[in-house]
Design a protein around this ligand. Structure first.
Ligand code: NAD
Ligand code: ZN
Ligand code: ZN
Length: 347
């Protein structure tokens, strides 16, 4: 038996003894978890916002671990290898995978800790192990690398790549949560002139400054649109990233995008948001949406190994799997605890 954090239906979770996962298909691997973490999406599941996640599910889609066993069809990994687990499972063979759109894999996508048991446990079964795991050096910093399961590819692919950030650009990122901060760090690969972070939490704005924001705006204390227009000679920003997931922040991006600019939506939206085409039809803008594909994970791993980025800067708290309920408590009250990412050690 092993310990696992189990979703028990809206508002309920428990740390339970569960049977060890077993290889179910030749392409599976069983990974012994070293480090995992909690995502805002896990909180959405617990609120009951993700009906496709059934009660009884072990949560978690982020992790670093060691291969414990492999199916007979796994060719590129072996027992004892250290691996990063991608939040997106991909078969590598279907039409979507062949286009690099792993998020829409016909036999994968976001299933971990959602449609199949996840990583907040001592062991996890990973389908399509060859293409859903990334081998990492034995001495790699697991706490830094576990940030690459989800938040760094998300901030980079949905925000920076889709936003087409270029040297000299003025970039605004609405939402300074872990995802917005990952966008902030990875936008700097492209040397934008200015990165303006907008949030309602002064602590997160302070962290943003330490991580390279050139300006910060608390949109409760001041009018964000007016401030952006002041900062940009009444032009607006070249790239507006939406990293919150509510109508007001998407509309804010519409209000601050410059003619010719890009609105890169990252947030998961539960309700409709207004699109002001009566104003934007003539502004030559682009609006992008994306579910993270994790196609950039190998590239991001290199930038962490070479110390171009340090994802560990987002780690604020550490717990053991035994204490995962306290980890949820701390992560769920981020405004009070100043939590960004909480590391959970399972071994
Ligand atoms: N597209 C994808 O593939 C993908 C993947 C993972 C997460 N997401 C989504 O990205 C979004 C950000 O994730 P996160 O983990 O950083 O979330 P988070 O909740 O930690 O951060 C959101 C931030 O927005 C701020 N905020 C709230 N209301 C605001 C407002 N009115 N104006 C300005 N700021 C406001 C909060 O203070 C917080 O700092 C979420 O919607 C999440 O579901 C998308
Ligand atoms: Zn996530
Ligand atoms: Zn596929």
């Amino acid at each position: 038996m092993m310990k696992a954090l189990v979703y028990q239906g809206p508002g309920q979770k428990s740390l339970e003894d569960r049977p060890m996962p077993q290889i179910a298909a030749p392409t599976d691997a069983i990974v012994k978890i070293l480090k995992t973490t909690i995502c805002g999406t896990d909180l959405h599941i617990l609120k009951g916002d993700v009906p496709t996640c059934a009660p009884g599910r072990i949560l978690g889609h982020e992790g670093v671990g060691v291969i414990d066993s492999i199916g007979s069809g796994v060719t590129s990994l072996k027992k004892g290898d250290c691996v990063l687990i991608s939040c997106i499972t991909s078969c590598g063979k279907c039409d979507y995978c062949r286009k690099g759109m792993y998020s829409h894999c016909r036999d994968g996508g976001w299933i971990l800790g959602h449609k199949i048991d996840g990583t907040q446990a001592e062991y996890v079964r990973i389908p399509h192990a060859d293409t859903s795991l990334h081998k990492i050096p034995d001495d790699a910093d697991a706490e830094a690398i576990v940030m690459l399961s989800d938040i760094f590819p998300t901030g980079f692919e949905c925000g920076v790549i889709n936003g087409k950030v270029k040297p000299g650009d003025t970039v605004a990122i609405v939402g300074a949560g872990p995802i917005g901060l990952a966008s902030l760090l990875t936008a700097q690969f492209y040397s934008p002139a200015d990165i303006i972070m907008i949030d309602i939490d002064d602590n997160r704005l302070e962290v943003s400054k330490q991580l390279g924001a050139t300006q910060t705006i608390n949109s409760v204390k001041e009018n964000a649109v007016e401030r952006i227009m002041q900062l940009t000679d009444n032009t607006g920003v070249d790239v507006a990233m939406e990293a919150v997931g509510i109508p007001a922040t998407f509309v804010l991006c519409e209000d601050i995008v410059a003619p010719g600019g890009v609105i890169a939506n990252i947030g998961v939206h539960g309700v409709k948001a207004d699109l002001h085409l009566e104003k934007l039809w003539s502004h030559n803008i682009t609006i992008t949406t994306r579910l993270v594909d994790t196609v950039t994970t190998p590239m991001l791993l290199k930038t962490v190994q070479s110390k171009k980025i340090d994802p560990k800067k987002l780690v604020t708290h550490r717990f053991t799997l035994q204490d995962i309920l306290s980890a949820y408590e701390t992560f769920g009250k981020a405004a009070d605890t100043r939590a960004l990412k909480v590391i959970i050690s399972a071994a």
